[in-house]
Design a protein around this ligand. Structure first.
Ligand SMILES: *Cc1c(COP(=O)(O)O)cnc(C)c1O
Length: 434
């Protein structure tokens, strides 16, 4: 159990903390880089110590499914950058979303969800509804009023993305947080497309932040991972709900997580139930690569945003392009929210459509030479995909329209290449559409 506090780097600015927070030279060897602890088990000093760690009476490492020193360094760093009390790293972004829902809800509970989410999240929500009776209540639109209108007495949480995958819409986090607060509900924000370099949802009222570290945090498209952050300030004390936090755990001698860990009860419940019981822990190797990626996050995000803005502006003015969904350009839908929440730019993942519809969308992707046809996002390399036949394939046509990924849509993830080379590649692919 290692929800250790972040190291004193707290007083430093963001770029410094991206490099230093949560890790320090190895006390055993002096190694400057965070060592990779490839070990499943950790030797106990005594049987009392072992029993105490298992019963959550003291912190310490026991078995790497639940916690590991390399993974703990990543957890401390992401918690620090997000302004969270604690973080729990997991094997993928998908399992981060799953563990948050499973830890918050029991069968019969409902939660309000944004109608526009990453396709994998929408698919997961539909399956959990059908098999486990965890019911998503999709808001009719993206405004705080839409979210409020979807709340019922069964609602136990609100879930949205800070910047929406793939349409780049920037959500009104403060407006939605005010709705959540008014109804006593925790606000869960998937911050994958912004990363803490662009948006820190906790500063805008979020209670729980999740990431797929497979994207901008790792940055190089090498490893899958996820992380869950607990802001530590939601008032969970309600007898009729959140039983993993409020009710005694009989197999832990009546442990009440909220009482024993008042600063970070959600993170502790995620670790106990999500990692000890369910099991999707992160490999120390993946934690190490992700930590290395985070060290350059602020630099990369600035360039990602600048390149994306240039590419989006080029596409918007191109005669073969029907529309571009990138609120970082003036006059675009959602530009006011983008200006308010992400002055640097709304990331580098966005959609556009060709006047030639689906056939041209496919031909455009096949015509690219430098930009890879690939399903990941948030990598150093630029990527393109046709969401309707891949990431959002499992959705019904009306759900695809609600998520703004009709068959005419192309998604781009703009990388860090020289932007003139990216424009040249796009120009030659567009020139082939005649
Ligand atoms: C990719 C992604 C996920 C899922 O993450 P994986 O690491 O691929 O499992 C969740 N949410 C968003 C917004 C994503 O882009």
């Amino acid at each position: 159990m290692t929800d250790a506090k972040a190291t004193p780097a707290k007083t430093h600015r963001f770029a410094t903390r991206a490099i230093h927070a949560g890790a320090s030279p190895d006390p055993a060897t002096g190694a400057r880089v965070q060592p990779i602890y490839f070990t499943n088990g950790f030797v106990f000093d005594s049987t009392e110590q072992a029993a105490d760690i298992f019963a959550m009476r003291r912190t310490g490492f026991s078995y790497s499914r639940g916690s590991n020193p390399t993974v703990a360094a990543l957890e401390r760093r992401v918690a620090d950058l997000e302004g969270a009390k604690a973080a729990v790293a997991v094997s993928s972004g998908q399992s981060a979303v799953l563990l948050v829902l499973m830890t918050l809800l029991r069968s019969g509970d409902a939660y309000v969800a944004s109608p526009r989410l990453f396709g994998g999240s929408l698919g997961l929500m539909r399956r959990l509804d059908g098999r486990y009776d965890l019911h998503p209540q999709f808001a009719a639109g993206l405004t705080p009023e839409d979210f409020e209108a979807a709340i019922t007495p069964r609602t136990r949480a609100i879930v949205c993305e800070s910047i929406v995958n793939p349409c780049a819409a920037v959500m009104d986090l403060e407006g939605i947080a005010a709705v959540a607060k008014r109804h006593g509900l925790p606000l869960v924000v998937d911050n994958t497309l912004a990363s803490p370099a662009l948006i820190r949802p906790i500063e805008h009222g979020a209670d729980i932040v999740v990431h797929s570290t497979s994207k901008f945090l790792g940055g190089s498209g090498q490893t899958i991972g996820g992380v869950i952050c607990d802001a530590g300030r939601f008032d969970w004390a309600r007898a009729d709900r959140y039983d993993l936090i409020n009710a005694p755990w009989p197999d832990y001698e009546g442990l009440v997580v909220r009482e024993r860990f008042p600063d970070m009860p959600f993170a502790v419940a995620c670790r106990l139930f999500g990692l000890r019981d369910l099991g999707p822990g992160l490999s120390p190797m993946n934690a190490f690569l992700t930590l290395t990626g985070i060290e350059t996050l602020p630099l990369r995000m600035a360039r990602h945003c600048a390149n994306a803005r240039t590419v989006a502006a080029y596409l918007k003015d191109h005669p073969k392009v029907a529309w571009v969904s990138y609120p970082g350009l003036p006059g675009q839908e959602g530009a006011a929210l983008a200006e308010r929440y992400v002055p640097q730019g709304p990331g580098s993942i966005f959609t556009f459509a060709l006047k030639g519809g689906e056939p041209d969308a496919i031909r455009f992707i096949m015509g690219l030479e430098l930009i890879s046809h690939l399903v990941n996002i948030g990598e150093i390399k630029s990527l393109a995909i046709h969401p309707a036949s891949t990431t959002h394939r499992q959705l019904r046509p009306e759900e695809r329209d609600a998520a703004r990924v009709g068959s005419e849509t192309v998604r781009l993830s703009v990388g860090l290449e020289n932007v003139e080379d990216l424009i040249a590649d796009i120009a030659q692919a567009l020139a082939k559409l005649d």
